[in-house]
Design a binder for this molecule. Structure first.
Ligand SMILES: [Mg+2]
Length: 303
């Protein structure tokens, strides 16, 4: 099944879930679920990193631990939330040294605390074979922004500007396996500033994990609007905008905010760039001269 079909199914299920269980405000399909516990909305997200897919056997344990934690923290940032605590599990290949397992969990604990998100529980299990890939799973619980509330993917409106933080593309160095995909800084501070400063005028936000093209398409679809992106405006680590828009694991923020806040954002001094505009309609297009290129197929498709 293509990931796009899978996501449509998830959205369908999410809608019936929120009908059946009113304490679930947002189910699967956004960066985090939003669940009401008592009188409080909580953010919940879980993500995993797998040897061979997200890191290599030779990747230093500290960087593996950092990535495992940072990916889930980035999802909390994408909702303009604040991390509260984390839970982690590790499935380690048979024969994995105890001292290395301890080091790995110490590193995860340190990175979790670095983002003020203490590791409050977890589990380690041994995989059946020495050749099985190490897998780490991290759940993060977060609080929503006290004034703005959770910023969803579905709020972009015609007339909004489309923005990204940082620079896109080139996060994975194919020769070494290293790069920004292991060392990115989750955009908690930028997300907090946006929610503090723009409030309800911050309409929609997500983190870019599967490439700008694919993720911007998801936001346009979720918001039922059309995105038009100017390729020359995409801030990038690679000369080619097609690569910048299709490379994965940027973990930058993509957001849409009401047109009148463009000046406030531009003068914030934060690494934020306007890359396009939201229109009535559907789809996500890069406007290359006179041609509107459908960017749906620029990002990663996990098959
Ligand atoms: Mg995400």
């Amino acid at each position: 099944m293509r990931e796009s079909e899978l996501l449509a199914k998830i959205a369908e299920r999410s809608a019936s879930l929120t009908r059946a269980f009113p304490h679930v405000a947002v189910g699967p399909g956004d960066d985090c679920a939003v669940v009401r516990i008592g009188n409080t909305d909580c953010l919940l997200t879980v993500d995993q990193v797998i040897e061979g897919s997200h890191f290599r056997k030779a990747t230093p344990l500290d960087l593996i631990a950092r990535k495992a934690i940072a990916r889930s923290i980035s999802d909390i940032a994408a909702m303009a939330g604040t991390p509260v605590c984390a839970l982690a599990t590790g499935a380690l290949p048979k024969g994995f040294e105890q001292s290395k397992a301890d080091e790995l969990f110490d590193c995860m604990k340190r990175w979790a605390e670095h983002w003020a998100c203490p590791l409050v529980g977890g589990d380690i299990a041994s995989l059946p074979q020495t050749s099985d890939p190490m897998t780490l799973t991290v759940t993060v619980i977060g609080s929503t922004h006290p004034a703005r509330g959770p910023v969803l993917r579905s709020g972009a409106q015609a007339g909004d500007g489309i923005y990204v933080t940082g620079k896109l593309g080139g996060s994975f160095d194919a020769a070494s396996g290293l790069g920004k995909h292991l060392t990115f800084e989750p955009r908690l501070a930028e997300a907090r500033w946006l929610a503090d400063t723009l409030g309800a005028r911050l309409h929609s936000m997500m983190d870019i994990s599967d490439g700008l093209g694919r993720d911007a398409s998801r936001m346009a679809d979720a918001s039922k609007v059309r995105f038009e992106i100017q390729p020359e405006l995409i801030p990038r680590n690679t000369p080619d905008w097609r690569r910048a828009a299709s490379d994965g694991e940027d973990h930058e923020l993509l957001f849409a905010a009401s047109g009148e806040v463009a000046h406030a954002i531009a003068s914030s001094g934060l690494p934020i760039t306007r890359i396009g505009s939201v229109m009535a309609g559907s789809g996500c297009f890069i406007i290359d001269g006179a041609t509107a290129i459908d960017v749906r197929d620029l990002g990663w498709e996990h098959t």
